[in-house]
Design a binder for this molecule. Structure first.
Ligand SMILES: [Zn+2]
Length: 124
């Protein structure tokens, strides 16, 4: 078996196929069931990835991995009407690109803040 780096947590693990480690798959399955249940119970909720994560009290990154993996796309068709599903999925996609931008901005900021802190009064 080859060693792969987990796409979610970055750990190396032996795998013949999947790029996500068993621990993350297990967690993602649980998060997914929770998210799916929530969407089923709240068919009119207009949520993006972050709001959904908050609603079910899970990590937004896990939600995003599930979205990126196309999990919701596959299964929501049996739970929700087409129009609702399209709305939700496009909202998810939007929040995905926003998150990417936000992450990048955060990294940039960290770099600048770090520089300032070193010469400034230090961090609280
Ligand atoms: Zn992992």
């Amino acid at each position: 078996m080859e060693m792969h780096q987990c796409q979610v947590c970055g750990k190396l693990f032996a795998s013949s196929g999947p790029r996500i480690c068993p621990a993350c798959i297990k967690r993602l399955d649980r998060v997914y069931e929770k998210a799916r249940g929530y969407l089923r119970d709240n068919p009119n909720a207009n949520l993006n990835a972050k709001e959904l994560a908050e609603a079910i009290d899970e990590d937004v990154l896990d939600i995003e991995v599930l979205i990126a993996e196309g999990r919701f796309e596959r299964d929501l068709s049996s739970d929700l009407e087409d129009i609702r599903r399209q709305q939700l999925l496009s909202e998810f996609q939007k929040s995905l690109s926003k998150t990417e931008a936000a992450l990048k901005a955060q990294q940039e900021q960290k770099r600048t803040t770090y520089g300032k802190d070193r010469h400034g009064k230090g961090i609280a």
